[in-house]
Design a protein around this ligand. Structure first.
Ligand code: ATP
Ligand code: MG
Length: 442
């Protein structure tokens, strides 16, 4: 069963060190899952998973720095000094009577039994410390053919755990593989099983789909029966999502073009945080489906995605009440003030992509960003101390700074220290008067 070819590329020392420790204690040690699949594809590997017949309590004894991450499922995280490595005891999984998690986990000494419980053949290979591949389910052949095939009886496997349906779609996005016909048929037949999958697990797989080449899975995902059993409001969105496949394109070339553009724009905008792609995608969906802000935020919450995603989407939706081609000078300046520019750029891109009115809004955005007189309050050429020196106190200081910012944004004055202070001094008597009458600085 052990092939001499192909082999996994050389392992980092610390990872083979963990395997060596296990072997020296007379246990088995194999790399499994994504690191074998991606290593064989010549892709960079970030997470190494090791499977062993050693039981968790022994693993904890043999390594100085461990974390009992998933002890109940037999997983101990070993800290190598360079990275965390998950070491999991070989296991078989019994029935998933609630469709959410295995009823109980049974440890085994047999690697092949452990591989048999895994979802797809390309995920069910193992590699020993010298990189030899153990491949009892034909994963190598499927990898060469870029084919996603369930391990064993596909229908049983999806019935056991409905999440595997969405995992299949996620791997289509991530790997660009096609789903083997019988596996795909079983995904259709067992669609209802998704109902008993927790929203958090579903959200985790959806996140990974969105963060990879989601456009590859889109035609399949949006046309299949699965969205009807997603949590609210996804079923309601399905018709619009299906139509949205046209915006992406169904031919390989069209999808590749769309994907390139999507990635380039996101990269150019320099949108920083880890979930930016998810925010971008959800805003795009809200435009496709005509969903309300509340509804979109609800969908985000149900998947247990971070609040930041909801805030980004709300922020973009508040801009999108009007097409950017119709924004006034003032509206542009307000849009680009105290708001990450990437959000504004993304709104423009999505309008460019979905609106029947052809205009290069993204180019407009770039022009406007270049000529924006002030991006944030902290860029004002005066600060709170300067304003306080004119005799303003407490809340008045903030109010004065905002007033100055508004004047700069309206192009009434230049953002230049002397000009700002002079402008403010001229208005001070009015301001004091309005304060005496109980008003603010406005
Ligand atoms: P990635 O590189 O994106 O993390 P991965 O293959 O490592 O891909 P994970 O979700 O991290 O995917 O899972 C690790 C491995 O565990 C998989 O390769 C697969 O063998 C197995 N696995 C994970 N989830 C399931 C599941 N629901 N059913 C069966 N096997 C699973
Ligand atoms: Mg992984």
């Amino acid at each position: 069963m052990t092939n001499s070819f192909p082999r996994l590329p050389e392992l980092p020392d610390d990872v083979s060190g963990v395997m060596r420790t296990l072997l020296e204690h007379g246990s088995q040690a194999y790399l499994v899952g994504g690191c074998v699949r991606d290593g064989l594809r010549g892709q960079p590997v970030y997470d190494y998973d090791i499977a062993t017949d050693a039981r968790p309590d022994r693993i904890q004894q043999w390594f100085p720095r461990t974390l009992a991450t998933g002890l109940r499922h037999g997983t101990v995280t070993v800290w190598t000094g360079k990275r965390p490595v998950e070491v999991t005891t070989f296991r078989t999984e019994s029935a998933y009577s609630d469709g959410r998690r295995p009823d109980r986990v049974t440890f085994t000494d047999d690697l092949v039994q452990d591989l048999a419980r895994r979802d797809f053949t390309v995920n069910a290979m193992a590699a020993d410390i010298s990189g030899h591949i153990i491949d009892p389910f034909g994963g190598l052949a499927d990898l060469a053919q870029r084919c996603l095939r369930a391990v064993g009886n596909a229908r049983h496997r999806f019935a056991e755990d409905g999440l595997r349906i969405v995992r299949a779609l996620r791997f289509v996005s991530q790997l660009g593989f096609a789903i083997e016909p019988q596996t795909l048929t079983a995904m259709h037949q067992e669609a209802q099983r998704l109902q008993s999958v927790s929203n958090e697990r579903l959200g985790q797989e959806m996140r990974r789909m969105v963060q990879t080449m989601w456009w590859l899975a889109w035609p399949l995902w949006s046309a299949g029966p699965w969205l009807t059993v997603y949590p609210h409001p996804w079923p309601k969105w399905q018709p619009a999502l299906r139509e949205g496949a046209a915006a992406v394109g169904t031919t390989e070339a069209a999808q590749a073009r769309f994907g390139r553009r999507w990635q380039t724009v996101l990269l150019d905008l320099g949108w920083q945080h880890e979930w930016a792609t998810v925010s971008a995608w959800m805003f795009w969906l809200s435009r496709l489906t005509g969903a309300s802000t509340d509804e979109t935020v609800e969908a985000i919450r149900r998947f247990a995605w971070p609040k930041q995603v909801g805030r980004d989407v709300q922020n973009m939706m508040s801009l999108a009440v009007e097409d950017p081609v119709d924004w006034s000078d003032c509206a542009w300046r307000e849009a680009l003030f105290e708001r990450p520019a990437a959000l504004v750029g993304w709104v423009c891109f999505v309008f460019d992509t979905l609106s029947p009115v052809t205009q290069n809004r993204l180019a407009m955005f770039r022009d406007r960003l270049r000529t924006q007189p002030l991006h944030r309050l902290s860029e004002l050429a005066v600060n709170g101390h300067d304003v306080a020196a004119l005799g303003l106190r407490g809340k008045q200081v903030g109010d004065a700074l905002r007033l100055l910012a508004e004047a700069v944004l309206r192009s009434e004055i230049e953002n230049e220290r002397y000009t700002l202070l002079q402008w403010l001094t001229q208005r001070l008597s009015d301001l004091h008067a309005s304060h005496r009458e109980g008003g603010g600085l406005r």
